[in-house]
Design a protein around this ligand. Structure first.
Ligand SMILES: C[S@@+](CC[C@H](N)C(=O)[O-])C[C@H]1O[C@@H](n2cnc3c(N)ncnc32)[C@H](O)[C@@H]1O
Length: 287
């Protein structure tokens, strides 16, 4: 095959086939995203000239990205960003890649902020900042404390706050769950780690081998962080304030019981777009 015959169309087909043969489910999408990155184009522009031959340096850039994806490095880390809710967030291997399921938590938080538009609010285990910063972008009066145990994650959240032009309304606090919390808050959100220690071996290689284990694993039953958040959050909430926790599949009823025994009222469970019970909501009494 001559070098000229490596057109956009052919290299896309080759990348797709290579990824699919390795069991990567999103083979076509990954091929498009990575080739667009190698060519420094928006993805849809690939289709404007499918018969364009690639220059040698473009082929070499594409091959390097294919090598990385073959190791199951998540596409979001290779691209350095991921779309979430209404914005694109910088990501690095220090943070969990934001998941569409987490948008359910953002929607529910926005509903709670109808009454308390200024907050303040607290986002625990903020990672990329995708939850707290999306809320700051939607509510121009809102102020937020964003907590993470990982200083590297907080650096990523800070970069995202700058990009979304909300940094002056955010504080970035390093520490263990609620330890750095001030409050009292109108709202506390958290998508804490929720895998059991023995589950890590079963999750797909993209997650297990590349995402930070601090973001994934929470003790022998996966509920260690939820237990501590349920027990401690009330002390940092205003009367009538809300606690919203994301949970793993099958954990919602256990977490609802944790909130009930900690004194939360008006408990509710919300499903994500896939129909999975994903968010547990409780209200701190006394309003
Ligand atoms: C599941 S990730 C969620 C990240 C982000 N909020 C999201 O929804 O994509 C959990 C985050 O909690 C942080 N974390 C884990 N244990 C923590 C702890 N004890 N205190 C504070 N943050 C913690 C991790 O560093 C990680 O950023």
């Amino acid at each position: 095959m001559t070098a000229e015959s490596w057109t956009v169309r052919r290299i896309l087909a080759w990348m797709q086939q290579d990824f699919a043969a390795r069991g990567i489910e999103s083979a076509r999408l990954d091929a498009e995203l990575l080739l667009a990155k190698a060519l420094d184009l928006p993805r849809m522009n690939l289709y404007l000239d499918l018969d364009r031959p690639l220059a040698p340096e473009e082929r070499s850039a594409a091959r390097d990205l294919v090598q990385r994806r073959r190791t199951r490095e998540p596409v979001a880390y290779i691209l350095g960003e991921r779309a979430f809710y209404k914005h694109t967030f910088v990501v690095s291997p220090a943070v969990l890649v934001p998941r569409p399921d987490t948008e359910t938590l953002v929607e529910r938080a926005l509903a709670r902020l109808e009454e308390d538009a200024e907050g303040p609010m607290l986002d625990v285990g903020t990672g990329s900042g995708c939850i707290g910063l999306s809320l700051l972008a939607e509510r121009p009066e809102l102020v937020a404390d964003l907590v993470d145990l990982s200083p590297d994650a907080l650096d990523v959240a800070r970069r995202n706050a700058e990009r979304l032009a909300v940094a002056e309304r955010a504080r970035f606090l390093e520490g263990d769950l609620l330890a750095p919390a001030a409050g009292p808050y109108a709202l506390i959100t958290s998508n804490p780690p929720y895998l059991r220690e023995d589950e890590l071996g079963d999750v797909e290689a993209d997650v297990r081998d590349h995402e930070p284990h601090l973001a994934l694993v929470a003790g022998v039953d996966g509920l260690e962080a939820h237990r501590r958040l349920a027990a401690g959050a009330g002390a940092h909430l205003r009367p009538g304030g809300a606690l919203l926790l994301e949970v793993g599949a099958g954990q919602a009823q256990d977490v609802k019981a944790l909130l009930a025994s900690a004194g939360f009222r008006t408990l509710a469970v919300h499903r994500d777009l896939g129909g999975v019970e994903r968010v547990v909501e409780g209200t701190w009494p006394g309003a």
